[in-house]
Design a binder for this molecule. Structure first.
Ligand code: PHB
Length: 387
């Protein structure tokens, strides 16, 4: 190497490392793609609140880097998913995508994340395929697969000796997968699903379906609804008097973030989920206290999932000392993390889904109270995931 080329390559090195340092100091660009309108609006807001609460607790930075947020309202509309996620990836040039609630929209996000290799953390949507055939190292969920809470409820219902069930849900991926997970465990335990009822998302015209339930007189009804639709369904079920004779079970979304609006109609209901409001641990108590202080409302499962999405991202960024160029370090750490969640500690499977306890909960007043662990450390079967 001549003296001249040595000087030149030293200069190049210097510029390159200055560039990397400048990049390391720039804010991490986070794209929040969530529903801020429609039947899932409250869920989107709780997720954003939970995410930001964790970041605030770290002094507003992750791995020493400031955070810049970019937001898109996905309206829970799968037909707009590709355009909406494109805005965050191409226009806003985000480093990380966080979203969303609706499984159909999340499937579009996962496809875009796989193609562009953008990091994606899913803080709710349970679409089984995302941690099944579509699994990828850059995609991690902080929530659940639709199969998980549903399977647990099927097991509980069968163990109670119930024999004939009717399922009812919205006709889209989450609903279909939820009732399938319920049926899998319920029928394995000796029960039989005699009828699957459904209506288009986000419809709330339940009357004809409730009449059908009254006519069939099953031992139990299993429902998947969430947000505004869950409020209306639980109220209509009680108004029809069905709660007096046929127990209404559900994946816990049926009574989460909804109890103030459901009032008397939800009292005593049993559901299964990876969170219960009154888990009496220092972690959950501290979380609920700071959430209530910051947002003047009670934390729910969606707030927990948002909070934990930020914890998973922090684990990845910390391992890479904030250097987003170290993709493999980040994605490996996001899979290896043991998340110290308000729900209890959980791990992430190779497919990117939480391995977690599923609680049986009972509604008392405005809370989903823990009635014990229905299934311990439940891992999604991750059918079709090849890594
Ligand atoms: C979903 O679409 O996957 C979904 C939506 C709302 C929930 C749970 C799952 O509360």
């Amino acid at each position: 190497m001549t003296f001249k080329t040595a000087i030149a390559s030293a200069a190049v090195l210097c510029i390159a490392s200055f560039g990397a340092q400048a990049q390391n100091k720039a804010p991490v660009r986070i794209g929040l793609m969530l529903p801020y309108t429609g039947t899932y609006a409250a869920l989107g807001n709780a997720i954003e609140n939970g995410f930001k609460l964790y970041v605030q607790e770290q002094g507003g930075k992750l791995a020493g880097r400031e955070i810049a947020y970019f937001k898109v309202d996905d309206e829970s509309d799968p037909s707009k998913a590709t355009d909406n996620v494109g805005k965050l990836i191409k226009r806003d040039n985000v480093d990380v995508l966080v979203g969303t609630v609706h499984s159909g929209v999340a499937l579009g996000m996962a496809k875009a994340a796989r193609e562009s290799k953008t990091l994606l953390i899913i803080p709710n949507a349970g679409a089984d395929a995302i941690t099944g055939p579509m699994c990828a190292p850059n995609i991690v969920r902080s929530s659940f697969s639709n199969w998980q809470p549903a399977y647990a409820m099927g097991k509980v219902a069968a163990e109670k000796g119930l024999k004939r069930a009717i399922t009812i849900t919205w006709n889209y991926a989450a609903g279909a997968e939820s009732v399938k997970g319920f049926a899998e465990a319920f029928e394995k335990g000796g029960g039989k699903v005699i009828k699957d009822l459904n209506l288009p998302f986000p419809g709330v015209e339940f009357q004809a379906l409730l009449t059908e339930i009254a006519a069939q007189k099953p031992d139990v009804v299993y429902a998947f609804f969430a947000g505004g639709g869950a409020v209306k369904f639980v109220k209509d079920y009680a108004a029809a008097g069905l709660n007096k004779s046929i127990p209404l079970y559900g994946a816990g979304f049926l009574t989460d973030g909804t109890l103030e609006a459901q009032g008397d109609s939800a009292q005593g209901m049993l559901t299964t989920l990876h969170y219960a409001d009154n888990l009496d641990t220092p972690r959950n108590n501290a979380f609920r206290k700071s959430y209530a202080l910051a947002y003047k409302s009670n934390a729910d499962v969606y707030a927990v999932q948002g909070y934990d999405a930020a914890q998973i991202l922090a684990a990845g960024l910390n391992a890479a000392k904030g250097d987003l160029g170290k993709r493999d370090v980040i994605t490996a750490a996001m899979h290896k993390v043991v998340v110290d969640s308000p729900r209890g500690k959980f791990t992430i499977s190779a497919a990117g889904n939480p391995v977690q306890d599923i609680y049986l909960r009972e509604v008392k007043g405005n809370y989903n109270e823990n009635r014990g662990v229905a299934v311990k450390a439940l891992a999604d079967p991750a059918r079709g995931c090849k890594l």
